[in-house]
Design a protein around this ligand. Structure first.
Ligand code: SF4
Length: 381
């Protein structure tokens, strides 16, 4: 489908897109780690925020900089910087999330010259009522730093416009994902992940325009294959398109399967909630990031993530869930047992897989096939 190809080419040619965007607009590009980064402020300053992701290739450049028992995703991200793949970046930042990705950020700014770097103190205890005022203050400090860096004042109107553009993107993504609730979703999990990844790399206005075009056609699309088992994928950062492709095409005749929903920071956690448009813009942005579906590093004392996952499973009529985590990922490791228990209690079988982004997805083939076979047999009785 032509409308889907735009998103794939953005993901495939992400570096060329960013370089071309710079040429077209004269603007600056900032790489970021972690989806707690308040992109709206950057957007209002005319900066393109681009999420730093790995390349899924084996690498041997991070060993002197980052522990081998830190998650392979953050090592892969750092490798991209050390190999010069993001040499076009004008700035780099992180919002506090987990120690592993913070180490990738710290090593990057220490070893790769960059014009602007920023650590945003995003509170862990987002459930404290003091977090709103605290984060608003941090956002103000960040806004001042961006103004100094770009030499451009960020007016309130620009902030409001950025919030509107981002909210529109979130709404369009929710509309797109709602189509996956259908008995026969018009889109595969691999395609949906491609669209989610693309929105973290390209100008939101362009992404919105492409989404509108896609939504004009997608509801009428008939896929040439049965949906089969409705799967959910839950866990750490995950941009492993090859894995989703493998599962959805494993044994299309005997055990067809389709991912109908995800719960990843590279997927739904990134766009699920909007910022309120009727209040002080910095407070609206603070509220949006505090109240978003949480990363496990911020989900305490009340565990809000698990009820959210269960609600997604019900809304999207999930039959089986793949619960994955990047190897050594401490925050997700802590949640995995409780998530599996909660899903199994709900009657949803789970398969746990530990990923290393640099290892090909083929290693999981037999385990996934056995899982799909089990689910299929349950269907028969
Ligand atoms: S996958 Fe886990 S350890 Fe790695 S950056 Fe994300 S939260 Fe941190």
């Amino acid at each position: 489908m032509r409308e889907l190809e735009t998103f794939s080419s953005w993901v495939k040619d992400r570096h060329e897109y960013a370089k071309d965007w710079k040429k077209r607009t004269g603007g600056r590009v900032l790489g970021y780690f972690c989806t707690y980064v308040p992109e709206e402020i950057l957007y209002a300053a005319g900066v393109l925020p681009v999420r730093v992701l790995g390349s899924h290739e084996p690498q041997n450049v991070t060993e002197p900089h980052i522990f081998g028992m830190f998650c392979p995703f953050c090592r892969d991200c750092l490798a991209q910087g050390l190999k010069g793949r993001y040499s076009y970046l004008d700035g780099l930042m992180i919002a506090q999330s987990c120690l592993h990705i913070r180490q990738a950020y710290t090593s990057w700014v220490l070893h790769i010259p960059i014009g602007f770097s920023y650590y945003l103190c995003m509170p862990h205890k987002v459930q404290s009522k003091r977090s709103y005022k605290f984060l608003r203050g941090e956002l103000e400090t960040f806004k001042n730093a961006v103004e100094k860096w770009t030499g451009r004042k960020i007016e309130e109107a620009a902030l409001r416009e950025a919030i509107q553009v981002y909210n529109e993107n979130r709404r369009l993504m929710r509309q797109l994902f709602d189509l996956r609730k259908r008995e026969e979703p018009p889109i595969s999990g691999e395609e949906a992940m491609t669209i989610s990844l693309a929105e973290q790399m390209v100008d939101k206005k362009e992404h919105n325009a492409a989404l509108k075009e896609l939504l004009g056609k997608l509801p009428q699309r008939k896929r040439e294959r049965p949906t089969g088992t409705r799967l959910m994928i839950v866990g750490s950062e995950d941009d492993d398109l090859a894995f989703l492709h493998m599962v959805e095409n494993l044994n299309k005749d005997q055990y067809p399967a389709t991912f109908v929903i995800d719960e990843h920071c590279t997927g739904t956690r990134y766009f699920w909630n909007e910022a309120p448009e009727d209040s002080d813009p910095l407070m609206a942005i603070a509220r949006r990031y505090i109240e978003r579906p949480p990363c496990p590093s911020k989900d305490w004392e009340e565990r809000k993530r698990i009820p959210h996952i269960l609600q997604l499973a019900r809304d999207f009529k999930v039959q089986g869930a793949i619960v994955m985590q990047q190897k050594f990922c401490d925050p997700h490791e802590l949640d995995t047992v409780a998530i599996r228990k909660a899903l199994e209690k709900e009657g949803i079988k789970t398969l746990f897989l530990e990923f290393d982004v640099t290892v090909p997805a083929g290693q999981f083939r037999i385990r996934v096939e056995a899982f799909l076979e089990t689910l299929k047999q349950e269907d028969l009785f």
